[in-house]
Design a protein around this ligand. Structure first.
Ligand code: NAP
Length: 332
């Protein structure tokens, strides 16, 4: 479900490389279907299109990357339509489904936000400090929908932040461009803060493994070791050849100067649980995460070769304006 965009595209490429027969289902808007797939075009909010897709089965597994903007009842409808034609369902969810995210450390068994399987898009709310999120409620409802229909044959993958070649949110590309520009770089202290972004190719590989596995339930999919912010920026500088020096600014100062967490300095968020997500169940089940420096290197290679790949509204949300950054740096 999907297959032409970021994570979905890597999943398709990985499945083809394993010699699997792949069917993709999308509307044909966001990108080209890979050569070698059997492409079915349709809208997953349309029951007739879902019925047509089911007719292309049976499938050993469905991997669903395309429910990020779909209410639980939409996930329920797709899972119900495809149940007779599919053995397993691997659902791409998110760590935002947890009640405690981003304030508390999280395990795969932490309490989930409450959302019914047949909720519509109005269900849930976003708190004043940005947590919980309506997105988290909706994704939790989507998980419940898949579990109700597929039972033990449902696998729920909960990534935190996904980076890598093809990223459309613009988090790592922004830091890479900023590093390349060089000079004094406004950076969020503490430099020792560990972050846990996971490479899109590692999520894809794990999703494919789960498609032919026998596990069920939820898996946090975050980088188990992570990288310190200092190392992350050093790798961005080394890769881009930027002559820059991070200036580590206290979070209180950044907040005082109106720097928005998560977006103006991507990957920076002060809540204690953001980067405290335990992925040991996934690691025990075979999740292997490459060093984040490799993700940085390959994203830069992709970025340098392809430039901005797609227009996406989220892209515009990321990165502090150069004038604002310069003003803050001058005041430090
Ligand atoms: N990026 C992150 O850091 C992050 C973190 C945690 C979790 N996640 C989760 O990871 C998944 C991301 O997957 P992704 O990056 O591959 O892309 P995505 O944006 O979730 O999905 C896009 C794909 O779905 C298709 N699609 C969208 N709406 C459709 C519809 N109504 N009917 C049929 N197809 C439709 C698109 O093709 P068409 O437009 O051509 O139809 C495209 O192939 C999401 O579920 C997200 O919640 C992401």
């Amino acid at each position: 479900m999907g297959g032409t965009w970021f994570l979905g595209k890597h999943i398709v490429e990985g499945a083809l490389a394993r010699g699997w027969e792949v069917t993709t289902f999308n509307r044909g808007r966001s990108g080209r279907d890979a050569d070698g797939v059997s492409a079915v075009h349709g809208d997953r909010t349309n029951g007739v299109d879902l019925g047509r897709l089911a007719g292309h089965g049976p499938f050993d597994a469905v991997i669903d990357t395309s429910s990020s903007e779909l209410p639980p009842r939409g996930v329920l409808a797709a899972a119900t339509a495809l149940r007779p034609a599919a053995r397993r369902w691997v659902h791409i969810s998110t760590v935002s489904v947890y009640e405690g995210w981003p304030h508390q450390s999280l395990a795969d068994t932490s309490t989930l936000l409450e959302c019914p399987a047949d909720a519509d898009e109005s269900y849930g709310y976003t708190g004043e400090d940005g947590s919980p999120t309506r997105y988290g409620f909706q994704k939790a409802g989507g998980e419940r929908a898949v579990t109700e229909v597929f039972g033990d044959a449902a696998v729920l993958l909960r990534p935190g932040v996904i980076l890598g070649p093809g990223e459309y949110v613009g988090r790592l590309p922004w830091w890479l461009e900023r590093a390349q520009r060089g000079g004094r770089i406004l950076a969020p202290a503490p430099a020792e803060q560990r972050i846990q972004p996971v490479d899109v190719r590692d999520v894809a590989r794990f999703a494919l493994d789960q498609a032919v596995g026998s596990a069920s339930g939820g898996f946090n999919v975050t980088h188990p070791e992570g990288i310190m912010f200092r190392g992350f920026l050093q790798a961005c500088l080394a890769e881009t050849g930027g002559a820059g020096a991070p200036v580590w600014a206290d979070p209180v100062v950044l907040a005082d100067r109106g720097v928005k967490q998560w977006t103006e300095l991507p990957l920076w968020r002060t809540h204690a649980g953001v980067w405290a997500v335990d992925s040991s169940r996934a690691v025990a089940a075979g999740l292997r995460c490459r060093p984040i420096a490799e993700t940085i290197r390959d994203t830069w290679r992709w970025w340098a070769a392809d430039g901005r790949p797609v227009d996406h509204p989220r892209w515009a949300e990321h990165g502090i304006a150069p004038e604002k950054e310069a003003k803050i740096l001058a005041s430090l």
